[in-house]
Design a protein around this ligand. Structure first.
Ligand SMILES: [Zn+2]
Length: 175
């Protein structure tokens, strides 16, 4: 399919960027990142592009900041976006061997209105994308468990409501 072909080319650029980084180090990598983003954006459909851009900007999105503020306020300390762990968890608590993912309901297919409704156009595209995201999430969580880490998913919609989610997270983390 057309969109698959385009994604294939994006993967090629991704591999190429990694190779360049390996060979030349950071500065070159930064230049290639730009090339990569531009190339990928040009290749993609508007939907794919917006999905891609939302990934680029996925760090420090609002729900995650809300949780970080809550946890910091009650004294927990953590590392952020640890790329050495499967799924690059948003919050990592090394001494507790626990990690937290703050997941957007739409992208990760939460069992709530935002995560179960699909856009009216390109419905199949979004359904497939969401299914792949969910499968990947589960796989990564399984890998974490097999490495001795306990994962918790906090959903975007849970952070929009009252403070109940903080109780859940405190229970998960322990004192
Ligand atoms: Zn939700």
């Amino acid at each position: 399919m057309e969109s698959e072909r385009k994604l294939g080319s994006a993967r090629y650029w991704c591999a190429r960027r990694a190779a360049v980084k390996h060979a030349f180090g950071r500065n070159i990598r930064a230049r290639y990142s730009c090339t990569y983003a531009g190339t990928m954006a040009d290749f993609m459909s508007p939907e794919g592009r917006s999905a891609h851009m939302s990934k680029i900007h996925s760090k420090d999105t609002k729900p995650e900041l809300v949780l970080r503020r809550l946890l910091h306020g009650v004294g927990y300390r953590y590392r952020l976006h640890d790329a050495r762990l499967p799924g690059k968890p948003d919050l990592v608590f090394p001494s507790r061997r626990k990690v937290i993912f703050v997941n957007g309901c739409f992208w990760h297919g939460h069992d709530c209105p935002a995560g179960t409704r699909l856009p009216k156009s390109n419905t199949q595209f979004w359904a497939d994308k969401r299914r792949r995201n969910r499968e990947r999430d589960l796989r990564q969580q399984g890998e974490l468990v097999s490495r001795g880490w306990q994962p918790l998913v906090v959903w975007e919609c849970e952070l929009q409501s009252d403070g109940r989610v903080l109780e859940t997270v405190r229970e998960f983390l322990g004192p």
